[in-house]
Design a protein around this ligand. Structure first.
Ligand code: HEC
Length: 127
């Protein structure tokens, strides 16, 4: 093993791996610092609280609903329009939560009741 010519390469390789590891740790730390600097005093909430509080129904609908309900949610051959719906907020909530028919997915396990309410209000605001 003494004069094995591969050893230096293995050392360099290990060193490189270590460097990558430490740089990513450093990156995570910096990310937290940046997030914390934006909201002074709320540093604790930035990781877990963010998902619930920063829910953006407009962005969610454009991420999750347009594939079937059309790019502007006015319907497609696959699914009816959500714009100008005659459904009530409660009916919207129920359909989004539990799904409908064979293809309308249930979002109940994916987003909270509160977020479904925000989404229903958003759909009603589309009229
Ligand atoms: C995989 C395709 C698909 C996706 C994704 C989808 N839907 Fe649907 N949706 C449907 C279909 C199909 C129907 C019609 C079901 C029926 O009437 O049997 C429907 C029906 C609905 C209805 C009832 C409309 C009416 O007039 O009866 C609402 C409200 C609705 N979807 C909301 C949403 C929302 C909000 C999202 C995104 C969070 C979404 N859907 C994502 C396929 C989809």
């Amino acid at each position: 093993m003494k004069n094995n010519p591969v050893v230096p390469y293995i050392l360099i390789f290990a060193l490189g791996l270590g460097l990558i590891f430490f740089m990513s740790l450093y990156g995570i730390e910096q990310k937290n610092e940046i997030a914390g600097a934006d909201e002074e005093g709320k540093t604790e909430e930035t990781t877990d609280g963010a998902a619930a509080e920063d829910f953006d129904p407009d962005a969610f609908a454009h991420g999750q609903c347009i594939a079937c309900h059309g790019g502007d949610l006015t319907g497609s051959p696959m699914a009816p329009s959500l714009v100008g719906t005659s459904l009530s907020q409660d009916e919207l909530h129920d359909i989004i939560k539990n799904g409908k028919g064979a293809t309308m997915p249930a979002f109940g396990g994916k987003i909270s009741d509160d977020q479904i309410d925000q989404l229903s209000e958003y759909i009603l605001s589309l009229k």
